[in-house]
Design a protein around this ligand. Sequence first.
Ligand code: PEP
Ligand code: MG
Length: 613
Amino acid sequence: MSVLSCHQREKYVLHDRSMAPYAGGCYPLPGRFRTPSDRHVNRQAARKGIALSPGIARGFAFVIGRHAATPTEGREALEASAEIARFRAALHRTEAGLSRLLGSISTVLADAAGAILGAQQLMLRDPALVTVVEKRIREQSTTAEGALLGVVEELARAIEAVEDPYLRERAGDVRDVGRRILSELEGSVHDEEIPEGAIIVAHELAPSAAATLPGRVAGVVVETGTRASHTAILLRTAGLPAVGAVSDASSTIEPGSPLLVDGISGLVFVAPSVEVEREYERLDRELQQHQALLEDETDLPTVTRDGVEIHLAANLGKSADVEAALRWKADSVGLFRTEFAFGIRDRFPTEDEQAAILTTVAERMSPRPVVFRLLDLGAEKTPLYFPLAATTNPALGLRGTRLLLAYPEVLRTQLRAILRVRADYDASILLPMVGGVEEVRAVRAMLGEELLQLRHRSGLSVPAPHVGAMIEVPSTLLVADELARECDFLSLGTNDLAQYLLAASRDDPEMSSYYHVLHPAVLRGIDQVVRAAAREGKEVNLCGEAAGDPFYTGIFVGLGLRQFSASPRQFGELRHEVRRLDCRRSQSLVRRLLRCSTREEILGLIESEETFS
Ligand code: PEP
Ligand code: MG
C-alpha cells in the first residue's frame, strides 16, 4: 500500500530529481498519463516551459503586447508613424482614465491618492517622457512598448540616483505611469475581437488580465510565470491549459501560427506535426477516461483506508467558480479570494455590488459554509484604480490586512457587505497577510462596530461571523499559539509562507530551486501551527496550492491536517489519493521527515518509502 501518491512511484513528476513539484516543468498528473513529449521532443522541437495549468489546447497564436525592451532585431522595420499614433492614443486613454479615477476615488481614498494621480497626469505631458519615447520609436524602429519601457526605466533609474529621499520615491510613480500606458497599449489589442480558438501568447499576464480570459480563449503561453503565481492559480481554477517560462515566446511565435499547448508537460508545439497531433489525440482519450473514473468517485467518502475523514473545501475566485465546487462535491468554500472581483473592474465595487457577488456564492453553496477572505491587495494584486505610494519592495510593502487597516473605508465597506451575507448564510471572514494578533484585534474591533451599526440600522440580529487568520507571514509561526487563541480558525497559505520563509519569490522561475514546500523549515512550520491549533481546539485549513497536489496529500495528512482547500478541479485526484492512504503510515513517515535537515533528504526518504511499499 502506498503512503504517498502514485505520481511519485510512477516517476512522472520526479522523473528529474532536480525538478520536484512546484519547481519543475511538469504538472502533477498520474504517471500512467505520459505525454508524448519524450518521444517527440527530439523529432519536432517543442518549446519547453513550465506547466502552469494542466490540459491540452490546440489553436492559433494570438500574440499580445509584443514589446521587446530593445529595438526589434530581425523583424521588419516598424512603421514609425503608426507606432507613434498608437503611443499617442494610449497616452490619451491613460489621461482620460486618470481623470475618471480622480473623479471617483475621493470618497474612498485619502487625499494622498489624489495627489499621486494628479502628479501622474502631469507626467503624461512631460517631454522627458513623451518626446523621448517618440524620438526613440522614430530613430530605432522599435515598438511603442519597447521604447516606452526603455525610457521609463532610464527615467526611474535617474530619479533613484538623486540624493533627496522624497524625490527618489518618485521613481516608483514613473514606473507606475509606464505601467498604465503599457496597459493601454496592450489594451488596444485586448479590446479587439479575440478570434475563436485563439491561444494567447504574451510576455506576461497580470492576474487581472488572466481573469478575463476563461471562456474566450483555448489556452495561454507566457514568457514568465510560476505555478504558485496568482495568474497560474486563476488559469487552473478556470481549467485553461497554460505553459509559462517559454522564453521569447511573444517575439518569436508568429501571430496566427497553429499551436499545441501541453499544460501537463509544459511544452508548446508550433505547427505540430501529424505524428505529434496523433500522440496527443491518444493522450486526450486516456485523460478523458481517467476523468470519467474520477467523476465516478465523487460520491464516495473522502476517507483514508484507516478511517480518517478529510474535508475538501474549494478555493474560488469568482462566483461562476461555484459550479465546479458543486460538481466536484466540495464540503465548503475554504477560500474565496475577494480581490479577483476587484481586479476585473475599473473602480471599487460598491457595498451593494460586493454583497451581490458574495450572496450568489453563499446562496449556491448553502448550507455549506463559505470563508470570504478580505481583500488581499498589494504587490502584483494592485488594481490600477488603487494607486499605492511607490515602494521599492512591493512584496514587503503594504498588503493584505495591513493595507486595509490603512484604508479603513475600503475595509469597512467590505465588512458591511460580508455581514449582509452573514445575516442569511454561514459566512466566515479570513484575514490575509497578518503578522500577528494586533491586526486581528484591529479588524475584530471594526467588525464589532459594523455589526452593532447593522443591528441598529436593520433591527436584524446578525450572528457574528467567525474570524480566521492566514498563516503566510513567517512571524505567525512563532505566535501561532496566540493567533489560535485570538482566532476562530487558522488557514495555512503555503504559497506565501514558502516565499517569505525561504526568501524566494513565488513568481520568479529563477528562484524555483529555492522555493519549495518540502523544505524542512516549511514542514516544521506547518507542524508547529497544527499543534498550536490543536492545543486551542481550533481548526486549521490548508489553502495554498500544495493542498491541491496529491503528491503532498500523504505528508499533510501525516502532519495532522484534515481540511484541504483547493481548486475543485483537483478534487478528483485528491479524493482518489486520500482513499489510498493509510494515515498511520503517513504519520510515521512524517515523524522521520521532520528530523531531516535538507529537502534532498526529505525527497530521498519519500522515495525510499515508495520503493519499499
Ligand atoms: C497563499 O499564500 O498560500 C494563499 C492561499 O494566498 P494567495 O495565493 O492568494 O496569496
Ligand atoms: Mg497569500
